[in-house]
Design a protein around this ligand. Structure first.
Ligand code: ADP
Length: 388
């Protein structure tokens, strides 16, 4: 069975083609700067190509993807299903669904909670429905995995009627990633997922930590939108809401300017003044830049704080797993986070942490709490959901 996975952003379209008989990735690539000037690159094993070309909209980008995919589909096979990454599934979608006009309308309506993502996801879906009218298309939601979070953990302390009226509650994101790494961690530990208490730390440009009990999400650091929780590349993470009032009043900012400030100018970038990229933060911190040191220490502190609170939520923890760009690659962040978790029974294997690569355990064999690194694979997870 062949699955095409599409992830449409505001100015990009990522694509992956899987042969699900053996979960083999046949092709991956991305159309970028859509609506600006346009660029297209792809790779398939050792082969690949990169070129500039005008891409006025998602449909134009998808035409390039279609032509390429058609030329790469193995003899005698065809695409059986298209899986779309959709950021917000609102209160309704706790599972992946076949896309119908009603589902598409819901995805558009949930732009209320994900104004930066859902409109682009919907645009990509519309283009794909036109391009592949005879192939079933599935929406896989970043929020779906978190539908198991209990009411008391997803309710905000605002008047109940207002929360009900507008669907204001914690939804959580990175669901495909947390689900994927939780399942891989169980395999690394050679124990059934349904017996485990896990804390999964997706630390990349966007970051979230998740408490996973017996394979189900019990709590996660992101909220109604992906702005809450751990400090991120350019997003602020959890704030006292009164800060917004102060900025509106003193800086004369309107709602749009505040949204931009908190989403694009805050986080590691806003604090360090250096970059949103953690590699550059680490390099500047190494050279003694005090604001880069502050940004790095704050991210470490935030991750550790969520681990501590989720150990309480889960009443103990069997393993802590790190994933995404920073979680997978920064051995220093992992070491710093774990250096203050002795009380939980975390004993890191410094060599395995520093020197290994890829999916592995990085705790000492006798560590009461295992620590793992698992590179995430959200695209494969979406392909699996589409097949299911
Ligand atoms: P996204 O959320 O956009 O998918 P990623 O998961 O790719 O982001 O994470 C990007 C982040 O990972 C960037 O801050 C980048 O600096 C960081 N990163 C990538 N490689 C390394 C590395 N070797 N050491 C430290 N940080 C890294």
């Amino acid at each position: 069975m062949l699955v095409l996975v599409l992830n449409a952003g505001s100015s990009s379209l990522k694509f992956n083609l899987f042969d699900m008989t053996d979960e083999r990735l046949l092709l991956e690539g991305m159309a970028e700067r859509i609506g600006v000037d346009g660029a297209f690159h792809w790779s398939a094993g050792a082969e690949g190509e990169q070129r500039e070309l005008p891409l006025p909209d998602q449909s134009a980008a998808l035409r390039e993807v279609m032509a390429l995919v058609a030329s790469r589909v193995p003899e005698g096979k065809s695409i059986n299903v298209v899986g779309h990454r959709v950021v917000h599934g609102g209160p309704k979608y706790g599972e992946s669904v076949l896309i119908t006009p009603e589902v598409l309308a819901d995805i558009e309506a949930y732009s209320l909670y994900a104004p930066l993502h859902n409109p682009a996801n919907a645009q990509g879906i519309r283009a794909a429905l036109q391009a592949y009218p005879d192939i079933p298309q599935i929406a896989v939601f970043d929020t779906a995995f978190h539908h198991t979070i209990p009411d008391y953990a997803r309710t905000y302390g605002i008047p109940y009627e207002l929360a009900q009226k507008y669907g204001i509650r914690r939804y959580g994101f990175h669901g495909s990633s947390h689900a994927f790494v939780a399942a891989r961690t169980a395999i690394l530990l050679a124990r059934p997922l349904r017996s485990l208490k896990l804390i999964t730390c997706h630390i990349g440009n966007g970051s979230s930590v998740c408490a996973v009990l017996h394979g189900q999400s019990m709590d996660t650091s992101m909220g109604m939108t992906p702005l809450q929780g751990v400090i991120m590349g350019t997003r602020c993470g959890t704030l006292d809401p009164s800060i917004v009032d102060l900025l509106i009043e003193k800086e004369h900012l309107d709602y749009r300017a505040i949204t931009e400030l908190l989403n694009q100018k805050s986080g590691l970038l806003g604090i360090s003044g250096v970059s949103s990229d953690f590699r550059e933060i680490e390099a500047a911190a190494d050279q003694g830049n005090p604001r880069a040191i502050l940004a790095r220490d704050l991210l470490t502190y935030d991750v550790r704080k969520f681990i501590g609170s989720y150990a309480a939520v889960l009443d103990g923890v069997d393993a802590i797993t790190f994933t995404a760009g920073i979680g997978t690659h920064s051995s220093r962040l992992r070491a710093e986070v774990c250096s203050h978790l002795d009380y939980l029974g975390v004993a890191l294997d410094e060599d395995a942490n520093r020197e290994g690569s890829g999916e592995r355990l990085i705790s000492q064999p006798g560590s009461k709490v295992a620590v793992a690194v698992v590179p995430t694979n959200e695209e494969l997870m979406i392909a699996r959901e589409a097949v299911k």
